[in-house]
Design a protein around this ligand. Structure first.
Ligand code: ATP
Length: 354
Protein backbone atom coordinates (compact mmCIF):
# COMPACT_ATOMS: atom_id res chain seq x y z
CA UNK A 1 0.00 0.00 0.00
CA UNK A 2 1.24 3.51 -0.77
CA UNK A 3 2.00 6.14 1.91
CA UNK A 4 -1.12 7.40 3.66
CA UNK A 5 -2.66 10.15 1.53
CA UNK A 6 -3.47 13.50 3.08
CA UNK A 7 -7.10 14.61 2.69
CA UNK A 8 -5.87 17.98 1.41
CA UNK A 9 -4.04 16.41 -1.56
CA UNK A 10 -5.32 17.32 -5.03
CA UNK A 11 -7.09 14.32 -6.56
CA UNK A 12 -9.04 11.51 -4.92
CA UNK A 13 -8.23 10.11 -1.49
CA UNK A 14 -9.80 6.97 -0.09
CA UNK A 15 -8.98 6.87 3.62
CA UNK A 16 -9.61 3.58 5.42
CA UNK A 17 -12.68 2.91 3.31
CA UNK A 18 -14.67 0.02 4.73
CA UNK A 19 -18.02 -1.53 3.87
CA UNK A 20 -20.23 -4.21 5.36
CA UNK A 21 -23.29 -5.82 3.74
CA UNK A 22 -25.61 -7.73 6.07
CA UNK A 23 -22.87 -8.06 8.67
CA UNK A 24 -20.33 -9.32 6.10
CA UNK A 25 -17.33 -7.05 5.38
CA UNK A 26 -16.87 -6.76 1.60
CA UNK A 27 -14.44 -3.79 1.44
CA UNK A 28 -11.66 -3.71 4.06
CA UNK A 29 -9.73 -0.59 4.98
CA UNK A 30 -8.93 0.63 1.46
CA UNK A 31 -6.50 3.55 1.53
CA UNK A 32 -5.25 4.96 -1.76
CA UNK A 33 -4.65 8.26 -3.48
CA UNK A 34 -5.31 8.95 -7.17
CA UNK A 35 -3.57 12.05 -8.52
CA UNK A 36 -5.15 14.43 -11.06
CA UNK A 37 -4.68 12.98 -14.54
CA UNK A 38 -3.95 9.52 -13.18
CA UNK A 39 -5.85 6.36 -14.16
CA UNK A 40 -6.18 3.82 -11.36
CA UNK A 41 -7.64 0.41 -12.21
CA UNK A 42 -9.34 -1.67 -9.54
CA UNK A 43 -8.64 -5.21 -10.72
CA UNK A 44 -9.67 -8.51 -9.25
CA UNK A 45 -11.86 -11.60 -9.60
CA UNK A 46 -15.64 -11.58 -9.42
CA UNK A 47 -16.99 -10.69 -5.98
CA UNK A 48 -13.74 -9.18 -4.62
CA UNK A 49 -15.39 -5.80 -3.92
CA UNK A 50 -14.40 -3.68 -6.96
CA UNK A 51 -17.88 -2.42 -7.83
CA UNK A 52 -18.75 -1.79 -4.18
CA UNK A 53 -15.59 0.33 -3.86
CA UNK A 54 -16.59 2.29 -6.97
CA UNK A 55 -20.15 2.74 -5.64
CA UNK A 56 -18.71 4.06 -2.36
CA UNK A 57 -16.62 6.57 -4.32
CA UNK A 58 -19.65 7.53 -6.44
CA UNK A 59 -21.84 8.14 -3.39
CA UNK A 60 -24.30 5.43 -4.45
CA UNK A 61 -23.60 3.65 -1.15
CA UNK A 62 -22.76 5.20 2.25
CA UNK A 63 -19.54 3.69 3.68
CA UNK A 64 -19.62 1.70 6.93
CA UNK A 65 -16.23 3.26 7.74
CA UNK A 66 -13.60 5.58 6.31
CA UNK A 67 -13.80 8.62 4.07
CA UNK A 68 -13.84 9.67 0.42
CA UNK A 69 -12.21 13.05 -0.26
CA UNK A 70 -11.95 14.73 -3.68
CA UNK A 71 -9.67 17.76 -4.09
CA UNK A 72 -9.87 18.47 -0.36
CA UNK A 73 -13.69 18.20 -0.25
CA UNK A 74 -15.10 15.44 1.92
CA UNK A 75 -17.69 13.52 -0.12
CA UNK A 76 -18.45 10.53 2.12
CA UNK A 77 -18.04 9.37 5.67
CA UNK A 78 -20.29 7.10 7.75
CA UNK A 79 -23.67 8.76 8.18
CA UNK A 80 -22.97 11.63 5.77
CA UNK A 81 -22.68 11.52 1.99
CA UNK A 82 -22.93 14.14 -0.71
CA UNK A 83 -25.29 12.69 -3.36
CA UNK A 84 -23.75 11.51 -6.67
CA UNK A 85 -25.15 14.41 -8.73
CA UNK A 86 -23.47 16.99 -6.48
CA UNK A 87 -20.00 15.42 -6.48
CA UNK A 88 -18.65 16.67 -9.80
CA UNK A 89 -18.11 13.07 -10.90
CA UNK A 90 -18.55 11.62 -14.41
CA UNK A 91 -19.76 8.06 -14.87
CA UNK A 92 -19.16 5.59 -17.68
CA UNK A 93 -20.73 2.24 -16.97
CA UNK A 94 -21.27 -0.85 -19.07
CA UNK A 95 -24.89 0.08 -19.78
CA UNK A 96 -23.95 3.57 -20.88
CA UNK A 97 -27.60 4.18 -21.98
CA UNK A 98 -27.89 7.41 -23.93
CA UNK A 99 -31.20 9.29 -23.64
CA UNK A 100 -33.16 7.85 -26.60
CA UNK A 101 -35.30 10.99 -27.03
CA UNK A 102 -32.26 13.30 -27.37
CA UNK A 103 -29.96 13.53 -30.37
CA UNK A 104 -26.19 13.13 -30.00
CA UNK A 105 -25.50 16.84 -29.39
CA UNK A 106 -28.25 17.14 -26.78
CA UNK A 107 -27.06 13.96 -25.03
CA UNK A 108 -23.59 15.48 -24.72
CA UNK A 109 -25.02 18.82 -23.60
CA UNK A 110 -27.37 17.27 -21.02
CA UNK A 111 -25.23 18.24 -18.03
CA UNK A 112 -24.40 21.73 -19.35
CA UNK A 113 -26.35 24.87 -18.49
CA UNK A 114 -28.68 25.93 -21.33
CA UNK A 115 -27.71 29.56 -20.64
CA UNK A 116 -23.97 28.86 -21.03
CA UNK A 117 -22.94 30.89 -24.15
CA UNK A 118 -20.10 28.42 -24.75
CA UNK A 119 -22.48 25.42 -24.64
CA UNK A 120 -22.62 24.75 -28.40
CA UNK A 121 -18.86 25.17 -28.74
CA UNK A 122 -18.18 22.79 -25.81
CA UNK A 123 -20.49 20.13 -27.30
CA UNK A 124 -18.86 20.40 -30.72
CA UNK A 125 -15.33 20.29 -29.38
CA UNK A 126 -16.09 17.23 -27.23
CA UNK A 127 -17.69 15.46 -30.20
CA UNK A 128 -14.58 16.36 -32.19
CA UNK A 129 -12.40 14.88 -29.44
CA UNK A 130 -14.24 11.54 -29.52
CA UNK A 131 -14.42 11.49 -33.34
CA UNK A 132 -18.22 11.96 -33.51
CA UNK A 133 -18.48 15.56 -34.79
CA UNK A 134 -20.20 14.50 -38.02
CA UNK A 135 -22.94 12.64 -36.07
CA UNK A 136 -24.13 15.50 -33.85
CA UNK A 137 -27.72 15.42 -35.20
CA UNK A 138 -28.03 11.59 -35.20
CA UNK A 139 -30.30 9.70 -32.81
CA UNK A 140 -28.82 7.10 -30.44
CA UNK A 141 -30.58 4.18 -32.20
CA UNK A 142 -28.81 5.13 -35.46
CA UNK A 143 -25.35 4.60 -33.88
CA UNK A 144 -23.25 1.44 -33.45
CA UNK A 145 -22.36 0.26 -29.93
CA UNK A 146 -18.86 1.77 -30.21
CA UNK A 147 -20.24 5.12 -31.42
CA UNK A 148 -22.76 5.20 -28.55
CA UNK A 149 -19.96 4.52 -26.10
CA UNK A 150 -17.95 7.45 -27.49
CA UNK A 151 -20.96 9.77 -27.14
CA UNK A 152 -21.43 8.52 -23.56
CA UNK A 153 -17.78 9.37 -22.85
CA UNK A 154 -18.26 12.89 -24.26
CA UNK A 155 -21.44 13.30 -22.18
CA UNK A 156 -19.64 12.22 -19.01
CA UNK A 157 -16.75 14.64 -19.65
CA UNK A 158 -18.92 17.63 -20.67
CA UNK A 159 -19.42 19.12 -17.16
CA UNK A 160 -15.61 18.88 -16.65
CA UNK A 161 -15.80 16.47 -13.72
CA UNK A 162 -12.99 16.31 -11.17
CA UNK A 163 -13.24 12.53 -11.25
CA UNK A 164 -14.31 9.91 -13.79
CA UNK A 165 -15.61 6.52 -12.65
CA UNK A 166 -15.64 3.68 -15.19
CA UNK A 167 -17.16 0.27 -14.44
CA UNK A 168 -16.28 -2.43 -17.00
CA UNK A 169 -17.02 0.19 -19.68
CA UNK A 170 -16.00 -1.90 -22.69
CA UNK A 171 -17.37 -5.31 -21.77
CA UNK A 172 -20.52 -4.87 -23.87
CA UNK A 173 -18.46 -4.38 -27.06
CA UNK A 174 -17.09 -7.10 -29.33
CA UNK A 175 -13.33 -7.72 -29.27
CA UNK A 176 -12.27 -5.66 -32.30
CA UNK A 177 -14.42 -2.70 -31.38
CA UNK A 178 -13.39 -2.98 -27.73
CA UNK A 179 -9.69 -2.51 -28.55
CA UNK A 180 -10.45 0.56 -30.67
CA UNK A 181 -12.87 2.22 -28.22
CA UNK A 182 -10.52 1.46 -25.33
CA UNK A 183 -7.56 3.12 -27.07
CA UNK A 184 -9.68 6.17 -27.90
CA UNK A 185 -11.06 6.39 -24.37
CA UNK A 186 -7.54 6.26 -22.95
CA UNK A 187 -6.43 9.06 -25.26
CA UNK A 188 -9.44 11.26 -24.41
CA UNK A 189 -9.07 10.70 -20.64
CA UNK A 190 -5.38 11.59 -20.82
CA UNK A 191 -6.12 14.71 -22.89
CA UNK A 192 -8.73 15.74 -20.29
CA UNK A 193 -6.21 15.23 -17.46
CA UNK A 194 -9.05 13.96 -15.28
CA UNK A 195 -8.52 11.74 -12.24
CA UNK A 196 -9.98 8.31 -13.17
CA UNK A 197 -10.88 5.11 -11.34
CA UNK A 198 -11.81 2.17 -13.55
CA UNK A 199 -13.11 -1.23 -12.50
CA UNK A 200 -12.16 -4.24 -14.59
CA UNK A 201 -11.72 -7.97 -14.13
CA UNK A 202 -9.53 -8.14 -17.26
CA UNK A 203 -5.78 -8.00 -16.45
CA UNK A 204 -4.85 -7.16 -20.06
CA UNK A 205 -7.22 -4.18 -20.03
CA UNK A 206 -5.76 -2.97 -16.71
CA UNK A 207 -2.18 -3.35 -17.99
CA UNK A 208 -3.06 -1.30 -21.09
CA UNK A 209 -5.14 1.44 -19.45
CA UNK A 210 -3.77 1.98 -15.96
CA UNK A 211 -1.03 4.24 -14.63
CA UNK A 212 -1.40 2.18 -11.46
CA UNK A 213 -3.36 -0.95 -10.64
CA UNK A 214 -4.87 -1.86 -7.27
CA UNK A 215 -5.36 -5.63 -7.09
CA UNK A 216 -8.26 -6.65 -4.87
CA UNK A 217 -8.84 -10.03 -3.25
CA UNK A 218 -11.74 -10.71 -0.87
CA UNK A 219 -12.29 -6.99 -0.21
CA UNK A 220 -8.61 -6.17 0.45
CA UNK A 221 -6.23 -4.27 -1.80
CA UNK A 222 -3.37 -6.80 -1.82
CA UNK A 223 -0.97 -4.78 -3.97
CA UNK A 224 -0.92 -1.42 -5.69
CA UNK A 225 1.64 -0.31 -8.24
CA UNK A 226 2.41 0.39 -11.86
CA UNK A 227 1.64 -2.37 -14.36
CA UNK A 228 5.38 -3.16 -14.59
CA UNK A 229 5.79 -3.34 -10.80
CA UNK A 230 2.86 -5.73 -10.44
CA UNK A 231 3.97 -7.93 -13.33
CA UNK A 232 7.65 -8.03 -12.40
CA UNK A 233 7.45 -8.00 -8.59
CA UNK A 234 4.15 -9.53 -7.50
CA UNK A 235 3.58 -9.39 -3.74
CA UNK A 236 1.79 -12.75 -3.58
CA UNK A 237 1.30 -15.85 -5.77
CA UNK A 238 -2.30 -14.65 -6.30
CA UNK A 239 -1.03 -11.42 -7.91
CA UNK A 240 1.50 -13.34 -10.01
CA UNK A 241 -1.18 -15.76 -11.24
CA UNK A 242 -3.61 -12.94 -12.00
CA UNK A 243 -1.32 -11.54 -14.71
CA UNK A 244 -0.91 -14.73 -16.71
CA UNK A 245 0.25 -18.27 -16.74
CA UNK A 246 2.68 -19.38 -14.03
CA UNK A 247 4.56 -22.50 -13.01
CA UNK A 248 4.42 -23.01 -9.25
CA UNK A 249 6.50 -25.43 -7.23
CA UNK A 250 7.89 -26.08 -3.76
CA UNK A 251 11.51 -25.34 -2.93
CA UNK A 252 13.82 -24.89 0.06
CA UNK A 253 15.47 -21.63 0.94
CA UNK A 254 19.27 -21.45 1.38
CA UNK A 255 20.39 -17.87 1.97
CA UNK A 256 19.57 -15.91 -1.17
CA UNK A 257 19.01 -19.10 -3.17
CA UNK A 258 16.22 -21.63 -3.48
CA UNK A 259 16.73 -25.31 -4.27
CA UNK A 260 13.92 -26.37 -6.61
CA UNK A 261 13.02 -28.98 -9.25
CA UNK A 262 14.49 -26.47 -11.75
CA UNK A 263 17.82 -26.57 -9.86
CA UNK A 264 19.38 -23.83 -7.77
CA UNK A 265 17.60 -20.51 -8.36
CA UNK A 266 18.25 -16.97 -7.20
CA UNK A 267 14.76 -15.44 -7.24
CA UNK A 268 14.23 -11.72 -7.76
CA UNK A 269 11.78 -11.74 -4.84
CA UNK A 270 12.54 -13.89 -1.78
CA UNK A 271 10.95 -14.01 1.70
CA UNK A 272 13.09 -12.79 4.58
CA UNK A 273 13.50 -14.18 8.10
CA UNK A 274 13.24 -17.87 7.16
CA UNK A 275 15.78 -20.44 8.40
CA UNK A 276 17.86 -22.30 5.80
CA UNK A 277 16.03 -25.41 4.60
CA UNK A 278 12.56 -23.84 5.18
CA UNK A 279 10.01 -24.69 2.50
CA UNK A 280 9.00 -21.86 0.15
CA UNK A 281 6.68 -21.56 -2.83
CA UNK A 282 8.34 -20.67 -6.12
CA UNK A 283 6.55 -19.04 -9.04
CA UNK A 284 8.02 -18.67 -12.52
CA UNK A 285 6.41 -17.51 -15.72
CA UNK A 286 6.58 -19.73 -18.83
CA UNK A 287 8.42 -17.00 -20.77
CA UNK A 288 11.23 -17.10 -18.20
CA UNK A 289 12.14 -20.69 -19.21
CA UNK A 290 14.07 -20.80 -22.51
CA UNK A 291 14.75 -23.96 -24.48
CA UNK A 292 18.01 -24.99 -26.08
CA UNK A 293 16.94 -27.70 -28.56
CA UNK A 294 20.55 -27.98 -29.82
CA UNK A 295 21.59 -29.64 -26.54
CA UNK A 296 20.65 -33.36 -26.86
CA UNK A 297 22.18 -34.04 -23.43
CA UNK A 298 19.90 -31.49 -21.75
CA UNK A 299 17.85 -32.46 -18.71
CA UNK A 300 14.48 -31.43 -20.15
CA UNK A 301 12.23 -33.72 -22.20
CA UNK A 302 9.62 -32.14 -24.47
CA UNK A 303 6.25 -33.68 -23.55
CA UNK A 304 3.97 -31.46 -25.65
CA UNK A 305 4.18 -28.34 -27.79
CA UNK A 306 1.33 -26.15 -29.09
CA UNK A 307 1.75 -23.23 -31.48
CA UNK A 308 0.35 -19.92 -30.15
CA UNK A 309 0.78 -16.95 -32.47
CA UNK A 310 4.43 -16.53 -33.46
CA UNK A 311 5.73 -18.93 -30.80
CA UNK A 312 4.70 -22.01 -28.86
CA UNK A 313 3.73 -23.19 -25.41
CA UNK A 314 5.94 -26.17 -24.57
CA UNK A 315 5.47 -28.67 -21.72
CA UNK A 316 8.85 -29.79 -20.42
CA UNK A 317 9.53 -32.61 -17.99
CA UNK A 318 12.44 -31.60 -15.76
CA UNK A 319 13.51 -33.81 -12.85
CA UNK A 320 10.13 -35.57 -12.92
CA UNK A 321 8.08 -32.33 -12.81
CA UNK A 322 6.13 -30.79 -15.71
CA UNK A 323 6.79 -27.12 -16.52
CA UNK A 324 5.33 -24.79 -19.12
CA UNK A 325 7.83 -22.83 -21.22
CA UNK A 326 7.09 -20.19 -23.86
CA UNK A 327 9.07 -19.95 -27.08
CA UNK A 328 9.00 -16.97 -29.43
CA UNK A 329 9.47 -18.10 -33.05
CA UNK A 330 11.50 -21.02 -34.40
CA UNK A 331 10.23 -24.51 -35.29
CA UNK A 332 8.01 -26.46 -32.86
CA UNK A 333 10.25 -28.72 -30.73
CA UNK A 334 9.79 -32.45 -31.36
CA UNK A 335 7.79 -34.38 -28.75
CA UNK A 336 10.09 -36.69 -26.77
CA UNK A 337 13.26 -34.77 -27.67
CA UNK A 338 15.80 -33.97 -24.96
CA UNK A 339 16.88 -30.35 -24.75
CA UNK A 340 18.64 -27.89 -22.51
CA UNK A 341 16.97 -24.99 -20.77
CA UNK A 342 17.87 -21.77 -19.01
CA UNK A 343 15.89 -19.80 -16.46
CA UNK A 344 15.61 -16.00 -16.37
CA UNK A 345 16.13 -15.51 -12.64
CA UNK A 346 14.68 -11.99 -12.73
CA UNK A 347 11.27 -13.53 -13.41
CA UNK A 348 11.48 -16.06 -10.57
CA UNK A 349 9.67 -15.26 -7.33
CA UNK A 350 9.75 -17.09 -3.99
CA UNK A 351 7.03 -16.70 -1.36
CA UNK A 352 6.70 -17.94 2.21
CA UNK A 353 3.83 -20.11 0.95
CA UNK A 354 1.99 -20.73 -2.29
N1 ATP B 1 -26.36 -4.73 -2.33
C1 ATP B 1 -25.72 -5.79 -1.83
N2 ATP B 1 -26.21 -6.47 -0.77
C2 ATP B 1 -25.53 -7.52 -0.24
N3 ATP B 1 -24.35 -7.99 -0.71
C3 ATP B 1 -23.82 -7.35 -1.78
C4 ATP B 1 -24.48 -6.22 -2.39
N4 ATP B 1 -23.70 -5.79 -3.42
C5 ATP B 1 -22.61 -6.61 -3.46
N5 ATP B 1 -22.69 -7.55 -2.48
C6 ATP B 1 -21.68 -8.58 -2.19
O1 ATP B 1 -20.46 -7.91 -1.94
C7 ATP B 1 -19.37 -8.65 -2.49
C8 ATP B 1 -18.59 -7.77 -3.44
O2 ATP B 1 -19.39 -7.49 -4.57
P1 ATP B 1 -18.91 -6.53 -5.75
O3 ATP B 1 -20.04 -6.38 -6.71
O4 ATP B 1 -18.34 -5.30 -5.16
O5 ATP B 1 -17.75 -7.38 -6.39
P2 ATP B 1 -17.00 -7.21 -7.79
O6 ATP B 1 -15.56 -7.42 -7.52
O7 ATP B 1 -17.37 -5.92 -8.43
O8 ATP B 1 -17.58 -8.42 -8.60
P3 ATP B 1 -17.98 -8.53 -10.19
O9 ATP B 1 -16.70 -8.45 -10.96
O10 ATP B 1 -18.63 -9.88 -10.27
O11 ATP B 1 -18.93 -7.39 -10.47
C9 ATP B 1 -19.97 -9.88 -3.14
O12 ATP B 1 -19.87 -10.95 -2.24
C10 ATP B 1 -21.41 -9.48 -3.38
O13 ATP B 1 -22.24 -10.62 -3.34
Amino acid sequence: MSATPSPSDAGLSLLGLHHVFDGIPVVHDVTVHVAPGEILCLLGPSGCGKTTTLRLIAGLEPPSGGRVVLNGRQLSRPGSIIPPERRGVGFLFQDFALFPHLNVADNVGFGLSKSDPARAHKIQSLLQQVGMASHSMAWPHQLSGGQQQRVALARALAPEPGLMLLDEPFSGLDKRLRDQVRDETLRVLKESNVCTVMVTHDPEEALLMADRIAIMQAGHVVQIGTPTELYDTPATPFVAAFFGDINSMEGQIHGEHVQSPLGRLRPAVIPTGLADGSPVGVVIRPEAISLNPADPDGEAIVRDARPIGRGALVWLEINGTLFKARTFGGPLPAIGAACGFTVDQSHTHAFAKL
